[in-house]
Design a protein around this ligand. Structure first.
Ligand code: FES
Ligand code: MG
Length: 571
C-alpha cells in the first residue's frame, strides 16, 4: 500500500506554496473542486484518439467510461492526448513514428503529476508505442484496447481488413475482379469503429497484452462497439485506482515469463510477425533480456485460432467463441506462471472460460495446425536473424532453393514488377533491399511484395520473398522478413545479385546465399550505402539511432528506463 502523502501526484498538488498554487489553480479552471487534490490517486488516461487514426476513433467513449470507474473507486481521472499513429494513413510508414509516440508517452507521464496510467490504444503501432513509453517510467499501468471493427461484409460474405484487400487487388490485377466491385468492397470492409478485425497486428498486440496480463481479461476480442467493451473500460478505471494503492507498477506485472507467454499466445492465435519487433522493443524498456532466439519457444505451439490471415474467421467470431480466455485455458500448463494487473497469476484469466465454437478456437490436442509459431531463420544472408510465419505460408515453399531476382529499392520494384518480360518463374526468389529501419526509413510493411504480373496471369499466387522490411499482420505468403542486418546497414542482403542462388529451410531455420565468401568480400568492398532519405528532424534522429530489427528497432538511447522523480519546478 502506498500512503496518500507519499503519492507521486502530491509533489505537484499537495504543496501549500506558490508551486502547489500554480499546479492546482490552473487545473481548477476545468471545474475541479478543492477536495479532489486531497491525495487521492490521480490517474492519467493516455489517449491516442484521432480522426486520422480511424481504428482508434472509439477511444473517446472508452475514455469517458474509464473516468467513471476512476471516480467510482475514489481516484481523480485526467485525460491527455499523445501522438496518434494511423497505420493506414501515415507516410512513409507509421512504424517510423512508433518510437516518437513512445517518447511522447514516456515524457508526458513523467512530466505530469499522475500516479497511474490507463493506455488507450489499438491501431498497430499505438499499443507497443504506449507500452514502451510507459515501461520507461514504470508507474502502475493498464491497457484498454480499441477493440476490433465488426466483421467486414461484401456481397453477403464476410471480408477481413487487410487480408481481403491483398486478395482483391491481386484478383483485379489478374482480371478476375472488376474495379467497380473493388471500389464497392471499400465501404463494406470498414463499417464500424475499431481496429482491423482480422488477426492483424492490432488484434495480435491486444491478444498479447491480455496474455501478458497487462489488461483485464477479454480485452482483446470484444468488438469496439460492443457495450461490454465500454463496461470493461469502466472496470479498468476502477482497477487502476486499486493498482496505485497497491503500488503495482508495470515492472511488478511483467517479467521474462510474461514475454514468454506473449510468444506462446502469439503462436496460438496465428499472430502477426510484427509482434516480434514490438516485444523485443518492449522488453528492452522493461529490462527483460529477450532475444530473437526466445521466439523459437513458440515454434511448436499449435495454431488454435481460425482467424484470417492464418484461417478463415474474424475477430467478432473469435469474441463470440470465447476469446483469449479460451486460448489461455487451452495453453494451460504451457503458460509460465506470471503476474497480471489483477496481482494474480495469469492462469486466473482463464477462469470460467468456455469455448462456444470449436471451428473458431480449436482444442490444443486437436489443433487447426500442429506448429504455428514464427520461425527464426539464420545464415550468411541473415547473420542476426530473419523471420517467417509458416502458418500464413505455402507449405511446399518452406523448403526451397532457387535463383534470386533482386529489386534494389521499392521504386525499382514498383517500376518493374508488372513488366511483361520480367525474367522470373514461380520458383524465383524475389529479393527487396533498402526497406529496413534505416533504409526506408522506418521498416515499412512492404515485405509481401506483389507477385509479378506475368506470374499472376499464370495463376501463381505465392512465391518466396525476402527483404529487410516487415509485412502487414493481415498479410500472408511465403515471406521472409526482418533480415538483419538490413541492406542499408551493410548486411549481406545488400550484396545479393539477380541470378544468385538462395536456399531457404524453415524446418532447419536456414537462410543461405549460395555465393562463395571471396566473391562476397569483393562485392562488400565495392558496396556503398544509399544517401539517407532525410537530413533533419525526427527522421534524422531515427536514422542515426535506430537499432536493427533483431533488437526491436527502438532508438538506442531509449532502451531501459528512468524512474527517478522529477524534482525541479517550472516557475
Ligand atoms: Fe489500424 Fe489495422 S490499420 S488496426
Ligand atoms: Mg500494419
Amino acid at each position: 500500500m502506498t500512503d496518500k502523502k507519499n503519492r507521486r501526484s502530491q509533489a505537484w498538488y499537495g504543496k501549500l506554496d506558490k508551486d502547489g498554487f500554480i499546479h492546482r489553480s490552473w487545473m481548477k479552471n476545468q471545474g475541479f473542486p478543492d477536495h479532489v487534490f486531497d491525495g487521492r490517486p490521480i490517474i492519467g488516461i493516455c489517449n491516442t484518439w484521432s480522426e486520422l487514426t480511424p481504428c482508434n476513433s472509439g477511444l473517446r467513449v472508452l475514455a469517458e467510461a474509464v473516468k467513471r470507474g476512476v471516480w467510482e473507486a475514489g481516484g481523480f481521472p485526467v485525460e491527455f492526448p499523445v501522438m496518434s499513429l494511423g497505420e493506414t494513413q501515415m507516410k512513409p510508414t507509421a512504424m517510423l513514428f512508433r518510437n516518437l509516440l513512445a517518447m511522447d508517452v514516456e515524457e508526458s507521464i513523467r512530466a505530469y503529476g499522475i500516479d497511474g496510467v490507463v493506455l488507450l490504444g489499438g491501431c498497430d503501432k499505438t499499443t507497443p508505442g504506449q507500452l514502451m513509453g510507459a515501461a520507461s517510467v514504470d508507474l502502475p499501468t493498464i491497457v484498454v484496447s480499441s477493440g476490433p471493427m465488426l466483421n467486414g461484409k461484401f456481397k453477403g460474405n464476410d471480408i477481413g481488413s487487410g487480408t481481403d484487400v491483398w486478395k482483391f487487388s491481386e484478383e483485379v490485377r489478374a482480371g478476375d475482379m472488376t474495379l467497380q466491385d473493388f471500389m464497392a468492397a471499400e465501404s463494406g470492409m470498414s463499417r464500424s469503429a475499431g481496429v482491423c478485425m482480422t488477426m492483424g497486428t492490432a488484434s495480435t498486440m491486444a491478444s498479447i497484452v491480455e496474455a501478458m496480463g497487462m489488461s483485464l481479461p477479454t480485452n482483446a476480442a470484444l468488438p469496439a462497439v460492443d457495450a461490454r467493451r465500454t463496461s470493461l473500460a469502466h472496470l479498468t478505471g476502477k482497477r487502476i485506482v486499486e493498482m496505485v494503492e497497491e503500488g503495482l507498477v508495470m515492472s511488478k506485472v511483467v517479467d521474462k515469463a510474461s514475454f514468454e507467454n506473449a510468444i506462446l499466445a502469439n503462436a496460438a492465435v496465428g499472430g502477426s510477425t510484427n509482434a516480434v519487433v514490438h516485444l523485443l522493443a518492449m522488453a528492452g524498456r522493461v529490462g527483460v533480456d529477450l532475444t530473437l532466439k526466445d521466439f523459437e519457444l513458440g515454434s511448436d505451439v499449435p495454431l488454435l485460432v481460425n482467424c484470417m490471415p492464418s484461417g478463415k474467421y474474424l475477430m467478432e467470431d473469435f469474441c463470440y467463441a470465447g476469446g483469449m480466455p479460451v486460448v489461455l485455458k487451452e495453453l494451460g500448463d504451457k503458460l509460465r506462471p506470471a503476474n497480471t494487473v489483477l496481482n494474480k497469476d495469469i492462469s486466473v484469466f482463464a477462469d470460467g472460460a468456455e469455448c462456444y465454437n470449436r471451428d473458431v478456437i480449436y482444442p490444443i490436442d486437436a489443433p487447426l495446425k500442429p506448429a504455428a509459431g514464427l520461425r527464426v531463420l539464420r545464415g550468411n544472408l541473415a547473420p542476426n536473424g530473419a523471420i517467417i510465419k509458416p502458418s500464413a505460408a505455402t507449405d511446399e515453399l518452406l523448403e526451397h532453393e532457387a535463383e534470386a531476382y533482386v529489386f534494389e529499392s521499392i521504386e525499382d520494384l514498383k517500376a518493374n514488377i508488372d513488366k511483361p518480360d520480367l525474367p522470373v518463374t514461380k520458383d524465383t526468389i524475389l529479393v527487396l533491399k533498402g526497406c529496413g529501419p534505416k533504409g526506408y526509413p522506418g521498416m515499412p510493411e512492404v515485405g509481401n511484395m506483389p507477385i509479378p504480373r506475368v506470374l499472376v496471369e499464370q495463376g501463381v499466387r505465392d512465391m518466396v520473398r525476402i527483404s529487410d522490411a516487415r509485412m502487414s499482420g493481415t498479410a500472408f505468403g511465403t515471406v521472409i522478413l526482418h533480415v538483419s542486418p538490413e541492406a542499408q546497414a551493410g548486411g549481406t542482403l545488400a550484396l545479393v545479385k539477380t541470378g544468385d542462388r538462395i536456399r531457404v529451410s524453415a524446418s532447419k531455420g536456414e537462410l543461405e546465399l549460395l555465393v562463395d565468401e571471396t566473391e562476397l568480400e569483393t562485392r562488400r568492398a565495392a558496396w556503398q550505402p544509399d544517401q539517407p532519405h532525410y537530413d533533419r528532424g525526427y527522421a534524422k534522429l531515427y536514422i542515426d539511432h535506430v537499432l536493427q530489427a533483431d533488437k526491436g528497432a527502438d532508438l538506442d538511447f531509449l532502451v531501459g528506463k528512468d524512474t527517478r522523480p522529477v524534482t525541479r519546478e517550472s516557475h
